[in-house]
Ligand binder design. Sequence first.
Ligand code: ZN
Length: 464
Amino acid sequence: MINGKKWFNWALVFLVCLSLVIIYGSYSQAVKTPKQENVSVKILNDKINKEIKLQTETKEADLFTSSKMLPFLTIEAIDVPIHKWANNEETLFLEELEKTELLVDEKIPAHLNVNSDVHEFDDHLYNFVITVEQFIQNEKQHTYVKTFMVDLENESFLSLADIFVDSNKVIELLTERIKKEGIQTATLDDLHNLNWTIHDDEFILYVNPGEQNLNNDFKAIKLPLIKLHNYLNEEYKDMLISNKLANEIKEIKEEKNNNRKLDPNGKYIALTFDDGPHASVTNQVLETLKEYDAKATFFMLSKNVQFYPEIAKEVVKAGHEVGNHSITHVNLNAVNGMRMKSELSDSKEQIKAVTGIEPLLFRPPYGEYNQNVLDQAKKTKQSVVLWSVDSLDWKTRNTKQIYNTTIKQIEPGSIILLHDIHKTTADALPLILEYLLDEGYEFVTVSELIPLIDANGIGPYYGK
Ligand code: ZN
């Protein structure tokens, strides 16, 4: 009897185990296998260019169909993350399908659609805009957009922080825009997880359901690039902005400059920096001017421009005026006619060749000139400009003294002579700017000041 009971107990345990195995087996089969049954896969390749092809993989199964079009570059660092992401999307779709399995009518298979748009900015800069759509029971469940900004040269992905120097400002403008659209949104803090592109001179941010967008609706937020171009990283600016927009920006800038009418009774100062560019002082001067939002005029020696072309370009980029200060800083009264002409004209051409800007102002070295110099300047369409305030920075080389000498002579309309080749001058500049701002002065370029000089006759300046 005892043995019989034992046998019965064991048989019971065995049966329970067996049924558990069967239940688990049928369950896991229900979860994993039906959708993978009778799957037929087709792959189509569409070549965009020699680097990029779009690969479309279509699948047909009993319960679903899918079509995934993805970029394929044969660069592992780029392909792997994109395809990994797409595979994950497919897994999510199948999981979604499982949740609604009882509702799925086999006659209406579910469908996953992944579509890629390629935005080319340059032969190594691309943005892939990948749209994911899920259809279950013929109803679109959701749309989701994922973007990849790709730098083929460095084989890397670029984030908003790479493309914009001031990405905080961009986020601020986007957040404003999102609020206006009435979208209840989470923060846009995670720059690496934002999906965006630039297309037709518009910046487009895709706010996806469940991520940035708490309303559970997909939205594309658009901002005209003209509002953002100032924050773009110089490295990518030309690639991201169309020629049309670049021209528009240029025209607006020119109009602004032309329309800037100075008040004849206003307090204006033109800061001028001679003899540069210099390897380190010019940059220090540029930084200070930027800090005080002051524009100045740089009278450059073309031999230095050729020696430091990048620094000369920085001056132009920062919006300052470039004037001509001869090739070699020779006294024009002490050389023959041919040399004098070359010092005035060839320098102009050399500066233009490097900076792209044609100097229309000429300042003779040491302020030395004669009628021949004035004639040659006129012939080459350069206005001869001297100064009204000499900081004596070249002589004293003392920060405090430069400051004192300068501020003592200041009056509205002054043209201040400084040199961006002495560190002491660069060190004195913040003190001078601070003083002038306190006194209510505004900083203008020499060209801006000239109409006022014509009217008021302040400062030595010799005709157009
Ligand atoms: Zn000089």
